[in-house]
Design a binder for this molecule. Structure first.
Ligand SMILES: *Cc1c(COP(=O)(O)O)cnc(C)c1O
Length: 487
């Protein structure tokens, strides 16, 4: 299997190289040359563990990595650290060390990068640069900490993540990690990181000092591919539970920010998984909702800080990969659209793409709707959703009401409710106005008789190790300062 760039100037790239590069030299994203159709063979092996299933799927894409090495990477990533559970129709993806679905990809990425580095004979150290809206940062830190010959630098919007998320990052241990607060929002952080990746002089300068930059954002193909796995796993689990028959079509519902998770489900369908519609759920930052309704992507609006902060995003990077498929893999079209987005902040797709987009349904949920849903589902089913998952749940209801399409669904459940305890308490009308965030955790646990996940329970006792804040225009300087490289 080889990878090509959505912008058309790179092709025939092996996976190890694509993983190390993160983003293509032409500014595009790597996509597989084709989608291996594996559903029909996988459905015959219905008792695979998560790790075994992961191996079979990832091995279709990362063919230049030795089978034994790949199996080891998967085991090191997931064994005893991560699991997926399907409850009711929720695909719970947050049973990992950081309590959000980012663990699925970011426990695996360091393991595969380590091996890719060897294959590419890359000397020196790899510096993982990451912009985070809250969850990616912590998951990258956890995945890469103390991994030999890697450093990880995380930028987060100082006032744009939840207190629990911030504390998870600021207490991060490890001899190769750096956490930097930015005066700016997530899009500022993400676009500055993208600019750094696009600046060949800057990269050259670092390279002379022995540092290669790479990305742990979901634009890295090494992150996208492991995310395909849980849709297969979730589907087979619904079959096992008797909720659906084998080969029955389902809809997937994904609370969406950077469009990585939902794109992975699209890739799963291209591999044969019986998915009908993709329901793309947004919070009040509803750029994608508007896009799926009218074909115009318009980022020219204020970013709203919501209670689902990991989805507070105006530029969904991975949409480029979907547009590439929608255009019939036409790089010229992609270049035009992306240029127009960076120049004017807006683009409109052509009729052919609009037709293609009918497989997707976009809607959004307000904070009030999210609160009502959390309360309703808790009271009805004794099931606790986090604010992101609740966005998905609300939009699923809107979709069903509008279309009368009641196919079985998988709703990606992307974070533990204990990651956003104050919001959940507010939704459930548990009074926590006057108490600090860590006490709120306990209140939520006491009131709902749900246990606090271990890694969050001990958070308040841990020492803060990172407290630097830089201006959004000084992100390069912050990086150079950490690496000890002169300006
Ligand atoms: C990252 C994240 C999302 C959005 O996922 P994308 O792949 O960026 O679309 C949704 N919910 C939670 C909890 C997240 O951490």
């Amino acid at each position: 299997m080889h990878f090509i760039s959505t912008r058309g100037l790179e092709n025939g790239v092996v996976s190890a190289m694509a993983i190390i590069n993160g983003i293509s030299k032409d500014g595009g994203l790597y996509v597989p040359e084709e989608f291996p159709k594996v559903y029909d063979s996988l459905k015959k092996e219905n008792d695979l563990s998560y790790e075994e299933l992961a191996f079979k799927i990832i091995n279709e894409y990362f063919t230049d990595i030795d089978d034994k090495e790949l199996m080891e990477a998967i085991n090191e990533a997931y064994n005893d650290r991560f699991s997926v559970e399907v409850k009711n129709n929720f695909l719970e993806l947050y049973h990992g060390p950081t309590c959000a679905f980012k663990d699925a990809a970011l426990l695996f990425l360091p393991q595969i990068m380590k091996r890719a580095k060897k294959i590419c004979n890359k000397e020196g150290e790899i510096v993982i640069l990451t912009a985070t809206s809250g969850d990616t940062g912590k998951a990258a830190l956890e995945g890469f900490k103390d991994v030999d010959q890697f450093k990880v630098v995380v930028y987060y919007p100082k006032n744009g993540v939840s207190p629990i998320q911030e504390r998870q990052m600021s207490t991060q241990k490890g001899n190769n990690v750096k956490v930097i607060g930015i005066n700016g929002n997530f899009d500022d952080a993400q676009s500055a990181v993208k600019q750094i990746f696009g600046d060949n002089d800057f990269k050259e300068k670092l390279s002379k000092e022995g540092f290669t930059l790479s990305s742990a954002n979901s634009i890295n193909i090494g992150r996208l591919v492991p995310q395909i796995v849980y849709y297969f796993y979730g589907y087979f689990d619904l079959v096992k539970q008797g909720v659906i028959k084998q080969d029955e079509k389902i809809n997937v519902v994904v609370p969406t920010g950077n469009f990585g998770n939902i794109l992975a489900s699209y890739y799963a369908k291209q591999m044969g998984l019986p998915i009908d519609k993709f329901i793309c759920a947004s919070n009040e930052n509803k750029v994608l909702t508007d896009f799926f309704k009218n074909g115009v992507y318009d980022k020219r609006r204020e970013l709203v800080l919501t209670e689902s902060p990991s989805m507070d995003i105006l530029v969904s990077s991975n949409l480029e990969r979907l547009l590439f498929e929608a255009s019939g893999r036409d790089s010229e079209v992609i270049n035009e659209l992306m240029n127009s987005l960076s120049k004017d902040g807006v683009y409109e797709v052509n009729d052919k793409i609009k037709e293609f987009l009918k497989e997707f349904y976009g809607e959004y949920a307000t904070t009030e709707e999210v609160y009502d849903a959390i309360k309703e589902v808790y009271e009805k089913d004794n099931y606790l959703m986090d604010t992101h998952t609740a966005v998905g749940y609300v939009v699923k209801n809107k979709y069903q009401k509008e279309t009368n399409d009641f196919k079985q669904v998988l709703i990606a459940s992307t974070a533990s409710p204990f990651k956003f305890p104050r919001s959940i308490c507010n939704a459930l009308k548990i009074d926590v106005d006057k108490i600090d965030d860590f006490k709120v955790l306990e209140e939520l646990s006491k009131n709902t008789k749900n246990e606090i996940p271990n890694s969050l329970a001990t958070l308040s006792q841990e020492k803060v190790l990172h407290d630097e804040v830089w201006d959004k225009l000084e992100m390069r300087e912050a990086l150079l300062s950490y690496l000890g490289v002169e300006k």
